[in-house]
Design a protein around this ligand. Structure first.
Ligand code: SAH
Ligand code: SF4
Length: 399
């Protein structure tokens, strides 16, 4: 395959077999055009109205974009040619230049580097899960909300880049659509599970890529709203998760939105002293304030909150830390779930705990009645932790 050119939809792909990576080059320039993927259905109706077009065209366009997953206006065959021409001139369909695509050896994790119109690079990851017991297969997209991040957590590759800019709603939506198109074109079946049903659509999205979603509150909510639209992508809010470093005012605002989305809080330490060392945000919003906001969020939404806990060997993973964590979460009772995440090694000097340390940590939580799970490590061979692919890509690119 090395050096061959394949056509995928209307895009050229260059596949480099040694790197197991691809480059997509979109021939058209998307500069300064309105991005259709940034518009809610009422906004698209308004856009059409302002141009003297009938508003029922908005639902047709939404159907082409989010159900037929087309990338080209010429494919929108139930629109008059004049409108198709106008769309081609005035709007675009999100960023589409993928500078690199990597698949893990087991093909359960795929990662892309998406180039934005100002040439910035962001990462998105597709995680594929085979059916397990009663549960059917899942295809989860881990979406970026910003280029870089302002919060500087010490274990996070994105945090080490600093903040570049917020992503638009369309740039967030585009990440999901890219993988949706890919799965539609070639549905995925877990290798070694013959007979299991192929999965051809996205079932979940998590805002756990680059950036802090609640720092880009309006665009993130707009993107979720667009993806939720029954006339478009129609992904249920319960299948969406926002992960936050703990921006207290934004958590409070979110609790008032009457949304069914899931909230995950990056906790990563059970005491202020330790949390402030690894997560500078804790100096602004210490644990007491964070937990007051979480309690109010639970009271307002009646929804469980997930607490993410990156396990850093020798730093926050001892039985004492587990006991402190259990005590911290005790007042939230059955509304708290802990997701233990063995750290993915980055440039920073942190190490993943061994299986015994992880088991002991979790057992202490269980003994205190705290429900918990451990995130299976995946995609290590493609630098799957957030920010790692871009970091590696830039280190290897000629300056
Ligand atoms: N900014 C948000 C969402 C993006 S990060 C947040 O911090 O929650 C998504 C998750 O990945 C967070 O829980 C984050 O702490 C975690 N993470 C960051 N660096 C990591 C690493 N090197 N290994 C494992 N998880 C990491
Ligand atoms: Fe930003 Fe989240 Fe990384 Fe912290 S963990 S630096 S908040 S992306």
């Amino acid at each position: 395959m090395s050096g061959s050119h394949n056509i995928l939809r209307d895009t050229w792909i260059y596949i480099d077999s040694q790197e197991n990576s691809m480059t997509l080059i979109k021939p058209t320039d998307t500069n300064k055009k309105t991005d259709l993927l940034s518009l809610t259905l009422p906004q698209l109706q308004q856009w059409l109205r302002e141009r003297g077009e009938p508003t029922f065209r908005a639902k047709q366009i939404y159907n082409w974009l989010y159900q037929q997953l087309v990338t080209d206006f010429s494919a929108m065959t139930n629109l008059p040619q004049a409108l198709r021409n106008r769309l081609a001139e005035e709007v675009c369909i999100g960023p589409m230049i993928v500078r690199s695509e990597q698949h893990s050896k087991d093909d359960r994790t795929r990662k892309i580097l998406l180039e934005l119109e100002d040439n910035r690079l962001i990462e998105s990851v597709l995680m594929l899960y085979p059916p397990l017991g009663e549960a059917s297969s899942r295809a989860t997209v881990c979406v970026s909300s910003q280029a870089g991040c302002a919060f500087g957590c010490t274990f996070c590759a994105t945090g080490q880049m600093g903040f570049e800019r917020h992503l638009s709603a369309g740039e967030i939506v585009a990440q999901v659509l890219y993988f949706a198109r890919e799965l539609r074109t070639v549905p995925w079946t877990a290798a070694g599970l013959p007979g299991s049903k192929a999965i051809d659509h996205i079932t979940n999205i998590v805002l756990m890529g680059m950036g802090e979603p609640l720092h880009n509150y309006d665009n993130v909510l707009q993107a979720l709203h667009i993806l939720n639209s029954p006339d478009g992508f129609n992904l249920g809010a319960r299948h969406m998760t926002v992960s936050t470093v703990g921006v207290v005012p934004a958590i409070r605002k979110l609790s008032q939105e009457s949304l069914q989305i899931n909230l995950a809080i990056s906790l990563h330490a059970p005491t202020d002293e330790l949390r402030s060392q690894t997560m500078p945000v804790n100096r602004k919003y210490p644990l007491q304030e964070l937990f007051a906001a979480c309690k109010d969020y639970i009271a307002a939404t009646k929804r469980q909150v997930t607490f993410e806990y990156v396990l850093l060997s020798g730093v926050n993973d001892t039985p004492t830390h587990a006991r402190q964590l259990a005590e911290l979460l005790a007042p939230l009772k059955q509304f708290a779930h802990v997701n233990c995440i063995p750290v993915n090694a980055t440039a920073a000097d942190y190490h993943t705990p061994g299986p015994d340390a992880i088991r002991t940590f979790r057992n202490v939580l269980f003994e205190h009645g705290i429900s918990n799970s451990v995130r299976a490590e995946r995609g290590d061979d493609i630098a799957a932790a957030c920010g790692q692919l871009r970091t590696r890509f830039e280190q290897n690119s000629p300056k």
